[in-house]
Design a protein. Structure first.
Length: 137
């Protein structure tokens, strides 16, 4: 099995599972950014958000909400970031869709992955129009 997350889902690779259901598995990230950093993955192999079905996406989000509650009760983080990267250019390094739940603590040193670019109103209006125009008729 080439996909490490598929191997984890199948029970062929070890993982520190915190929650699982019929559609998803949630486990601690071994390269954790902060204490309690958890990944939520669909049981079905899905490469990225563009291949994610609405059913699997809904299941991942439902599990993410459940796990966020577990993290809050167990670790009491004052904040939480959700992060998802699709495609190599975005930093995806395991090509099985996954959602990161990163508990946040004062002074934890983790910085969100962007710097605001502050586009002009004209740029935003043009971009919004371009994106709306891409909608299927």
């Amino acid at each position: 099995m080439d996909c490490i997350f598929c191997a984890i889902v199948a029970g062929q690779e070890p993982a520190y599972v915190v929650h699982e259901d019929g559609a998803t598995v949630s486990f601690l990230d071994v390269g954790a950014a902060t204490r309690g950093h958890t990944l939520v993955v669909p049981r079905n192999h899905v490469r990225d958000i563009w291949d994610l079905s609405l059913e699997d996406g809904g299941a991942v989000m439902a599990s993410a909400q459940h796990v966020a509650g577990l993290l809050r009760r167990a670790l009491s983080p004052p904040g939480l970031n959700l992060l998802q990267s699709s495609g190599e250019a975005a930093g995806q390094d395991v090509f099985h869709f996954h959602l990161h739940l990163v508990p946040r603590y004062p002074g934890d040193g983790w910085v969100p992955p962007w710097t605001p670019t502050n586009p002009s109103r004209a740029e935003l209006e043009g971009l919004a129009a371009l994106i709306r125009a891409a909608s299927p008729k």
